[in-house]
Design a protein around this ligand. Structure first.
Ligand SMILES: *[C@@H]1O[C@H](CO)[C@@H](O)[C@H](O)[C@H]1NC(C)=O
Ligand SMILES: *[C@@H]1O[C@H](CO)[C@@H](O)[C@H](O)[C@H]1NC(C)=O
Length: 611
């Protein structure tokens, strides 16, 4: 009995389950044409409702775009009126300007009126770029100025906003800085599945830039972490340090490899570090070997040594395989950490590795503790000199590229940071003859880079140049995406030589940006530096780097003094702190045995012994 009832129950349950499922079987409808018709009707109306909503949304978006355009036009008109009234009331000093502690001390002292005017022009440019971003792309990664929309090309970390914080601060744009700080407090979020967007980013950039330049790890470290730390150093607002820590925690798993050399991509939400497909599993030199500045700064400011240790382990690794000429090929396997392969270049994918060797030494205030960085740098500068060639007929010095034994007579605009790096490092040579030689090379290379700009119709540089017999330099890839490297070098050269020519050159480039790139709703790049055809993207580094270096070029040397600050590779200034490791006042007043982990204490002791 019990058996029977249970089997009956089983039968009824199976029949009821088949009854629920019969609706999805075509057989069911074939026998019931009325129901079939009803079903089709239902499908049709659902589709119609969906499409209707879609077209409604589209209509709305069009309407919004049209209205935004109108607002923009009105705003431009208003701006024009504002500028006219302002110029008629020039004598009234600007409130914002006087508030900046970094500026007040210096402006006026050794400043001239032309530079002051130019500085104001650059500040206007920044305001224009910023206001456009604020209006159309607030909180998003980048602005597409013609489309007047924002795009999250880096997974939605507010790239332009974070990247611009210190520029706003340095220029004394405090209202804007404050508003951006509030956004960081309330909306900066790392809970994003960013990998998907990296893919999107790569696709976008593949058609526009070297795909290599959009690497998540270096992007996060240089722009976001660097931007936040710099904002912290300038303003002292705790929120920036908190967010920096949070971010660093999320990227740290990328360094968890047998060699200590990091993977170059990581999903910010789930971890899972990887390398991009096109490198065949390799890590890239510039992305792997240059997070020292940001991580050392973070360790110094949080008194937690792990970031610094992680980044310095990479340098230790590179030191063990450092070749005699100090030049490392751009690909390295994070599993083995040996036998790097690929091109040797100071341009894309190599650049910041060499830069950070010098800058980590400066960041540590050039003590014994960081001397090995300087030594490695000097070695690579030897190698660099072996790659210098001269064009014909005008004898422009340039940095060639090398693959195996083959030399390519090609130079990226990206490599135009080198003159600035050499100028910055020149004074550190014990031998004055060597120092002069390096400074002369810096000046020669700067002339070449300036000529990258001067030699085109638009007076803006292409992405890279080929040097052919009898032709001097010829544009290779012809776009200009508002890159900063040449201006960065002019800034260093002016600061370190006092030669006004570099300011003039910088001004020429600024004017070329003004006439080619400025539109009513921001700044765009050029698809072609000969025709002047424009693209539809305002790069975050235009605000972070290009305009910042221009502003500093026309400011007195005491504004972000090179004795107190070191710029990371994305132009975010970090405060120099003497390194004999963990010497901070706060720490000294604490019980040291409790506070400093023993492995770090060991290192510190080792360094004191070295002294
Ligand atoms: C200033 O720099 C330019 C470009 O490098 C150079 O031609 C000129 O001789 C320099 N002037 C002085 C006074 O050193
Ligand atoms: C760097 O070291 C020098 C002494 O060698 C010192 O005078 C200077 O204040 C230090 N700078 C910083 C920023 O700590």
């Amino acid at each position: 009995m019990a058996k029977k009832s249970s089997s009956a129950a089983a039968a009824s349950s199976s029949s009821s389950s088949s009854r629920t499922w019969r609706h999805v079987q075509p057989r069911y409808y074939v026998k019931r044409p009325k129901r079939l018709a009803l079903l089709i009707l239902l499908c049709l109306s659902v589709t119609w409702i969906f499409y209707d909503r879609q077209s409604l949304i589209r209509d709305h978006q069009e309407e919004i775009l049209r209205l935004q355009e109108e607002v923009a036009n009105l705003h431009s008109a208003l701006e024009a009126i504002h500028v006219r009234t302002k110029s008629s009331a020039e004598s009234i000093p600007e409130q914002e300007e006087t508030e900046t502690s970094i500026q007040t001390e210096s402006i006026s002292a050794d400043d001239d009126s032309i530079s002051a005017q130019r500085r104001e022009k650059v500040k206007d440019a920044m305001l224009h770029a910023w206001k456009s971003y604020e209006k159309y792309a607030w909180g998003m990664d980048e602005l597409k100025p013609f489309s007047r929309i924002g795009v999250d090309s880096f997974g939605g970390l507010g790239a332009t906003l974070v990247d611009s914080l210190d520029t706003l601060y340095i220029m004394g744009l405090h209202t804007e800085f404050q508003k951006a700080t509030e956004w960081i407090e309330k909306s900066f979020s790392l809970r994003k599945n960013i990998e998907v967007s990296v893919f999107e980013t790569t696709i976008r950039f593949c058609s526009l830039v070297h795909s290599s330049l959009v690497d998540l790890l270096s992007f996060v470290a240089f722009r976001i972490l660097g931007g936040l730390l710099s904002a912290y150093d300038l303003s002292g607002e705790e929120v920036f340090l908190e967010k920096s820590k949070e971010l660093a925690e999320r990227i740290l798993p990328a360094w968890d490899t047998p060699s200590g050399i990091p993977y170059n991509r990581i999903n910010l939400e789930y971890g899972r570090p990887t390398n991009p497909k096109w490198t065949r599993g390799s890590s890239i030199l510039a992305d792997s070997g240059s997070e020292q500045l940001e991580f050392i700064a973070l360790s110094q400011r949080t008194n937690d040594p792990k970031y610094q240790e992680t980044a310095e382990k990479v340098i230790e690794r590179f030191r063990t395989i450092f070749p005699a000429d100090g030049l490392l090929p751009i690909y390295i396997n994070p599993q083995t950490g040996i036998n790097p392969t690929g091109t040797i270049t100071f341009g894309a994918m190599g650049d910041s590795f060499y830069e950070y060797l010098l800058k980590a030494w400066i960041q540590g205030n050039k003590t014994e503790a960081v001397k090995y960085y300087r030594e490695m740098w000097e070695t690579s500068v030897q190698g660099l000199q072996s790659m210098i060639r001269r064009s014909n007929p005008s004898s422009f010095a340039y940095i060639s590229e090398k693959l195996g034994d083959t030399v390519y007579d090609k130079m990226d605009e990206l490599a135009c940071f080198v003159p600035g790096m050499l100028a910055l490092g020149a004074s550190g040579y014990d031998d004055t003859e060597e120092a002069d030689k390096i400074m002369t090379l810096a000046e020669e290379l700067a002339r070449t880079c300036y000529n990258f700009y001067q030699s085109t119709e638009s007076k803006l540089a292409g992405e890279n140049y080929y040097f052919r017999e009898g032709e001097d330099m010829v544009v290779g890839t012809s776009w200009n995406i508002q890159r900063p490297e040449t201006i960065e070098s002019l800034f260093y050269l002016w600061r370190l030589t006092g030669n006004n020519t570099y300011r003039e050159w910088g001004w020429d480039i600024f004017e070329a940006f003004e006439s080619n790139s400025r539109i009513a709703s921001g700044y765009v790049g050029l698809k072609d530096v000969h025709t002047g055809a424009q693209d539809d993207m305002m790069q975050s580094f235009f605000l972070a780097e290009t305009l910042k270096y221009l502003y500093l070029l026309f400011s007195p040397p005491s504004v972000i003094s090179l004795d107190e600050w070191v710029f990371n590779t994305e132009a975010h200034p970090l405060r120099i702190r003497t390194r004999n490791d963990v010497h901070d006042e706060e720490l000294m007043s604490l019980d040291q045995d409790d506070k400093i982990p023993s492995h770090l204490r060991g290192r510190k002791e080792g360094r004191l012994e070295n002294k």
